[in-house]
Design a binder for this molecule. Sequence first.
Ligand SMILES: C[C@H](O)[C@H](O)[C@@H](O)C(=O)CO
Ligand code: MN
Length: 413
Amino acid sequence: MLDYARERYAARGVDLDAAVAAMDAFPVSIHCWQGDDVSGFESDGGELGGGLAVTGNYPGRARNADELRSDLEAALRVIPGQHRLNLHAIYAETGTKPVGRDRLSAEHFSRWIDWACSQRIGLDFNPSYFAHPLAASGMTLAHADTSVRRFWIDHGIVCRRIAAAMGAATGTPCITNVWVPDGMKDTPVDRKGPRERLADSLDAIFAETLDPAHQLDAVECKLFGIGAESYTVGSHEFYLGYAASRGKLLCLDTGHFHPTEVVSDKLSAVLQWIPEVLLHVSRGVRWDSDHVVTLSDELRAIACELVRGGYGERVHIGLDFFDATIHRVAAWAIGVRATQKALLAALLEPITELRNAESTGDYTARLALLEDHKTLPLGVAWDHYCELKGVPRDGDWLVEVQRYEHEVTSQRD
Ligand SMILES: C[C@H](O)[C@H](O)[C@@H](O)C(=O)CO
Ligand SMILES: [Mn+2]
């Protein structure tokens, strides 16, 4: 079967083995928050809020950092390749004493850092601007009250330092992604003031120069959230301008746009003006519902844009979904494996033939090639990749997760 697949791709001018080898250049930053429904481990944390909503009550949620790390290891055993872990500040381990988010430091993440080093994976990081009494009003960095704003600015400052320590320890830059829920349920009369305050707060957070070899900054835009239906301070236009003017990464979450807008079309547009992009690959169903990522047309289109544009170095792939209706380890595995399949399909695209067809105006051949590519034996190449990396193929990995569920997660209260 593998030889047959090699031949089929070779007939289209594509080297299957080279495509499989190229997969190493696309690590995926796996979001820790799928493992515990974005709960975190703060003893004094608040309701999730911020427009974020997790539905479902599948048994076996990780209740502490050791359980979450164990679940992540179970997921990594069925995910091919070396990846990264994306942590939120609410996953700090502060012992029995609560530590204010404005006082967190790298020592509160030392066990995560040691674990990442032992797994040989990189870390990414996020300040948490939700699930906190000072975020309950729906405003954080854009808040009109200076003392509330100061608290959240200090949170951003300490998180960048934590990220720098993570990057230094793991030997790969840690991306600190700033997302704030700030917005209004109903029509504001002052759209300008909060945006001025958000810009000032961000400038204050980013004032300290940190080594880009250890730490990079990203800002995440959004169209609307639950409870912020009429106005989102950090809109796409706001953050595109901010990132372009400050040389920051722009985080594009695939659930954060109008349902008819697609991130696959935005990549080559924003990368004209900003240095790098962080992706939050999600699957919005009718709204920013954060469903588990599947091998959709849009996911494939995003992967094609990365490969065709040669954006491997400039686009960082992260995931952002949370579904508590299915087994959480399986959710990670499904989402990461789907993302990787999209990448492999993109690497197997008959790009030379496609470019020739397009440049000669033969749009009939372009469409025919794109359609035919869909049924070439991607699954055989994918199985081969899984075997090379020593993880179960499609059809086999779920059994491993079910065993883990039986032995570990189903034993939790
Ligand atoms: C928990 C995440 O940081 C959060 O989902 C954010 O990235 C987002 O997308 C909010 O809608
Ligand atoms: Mn996101």
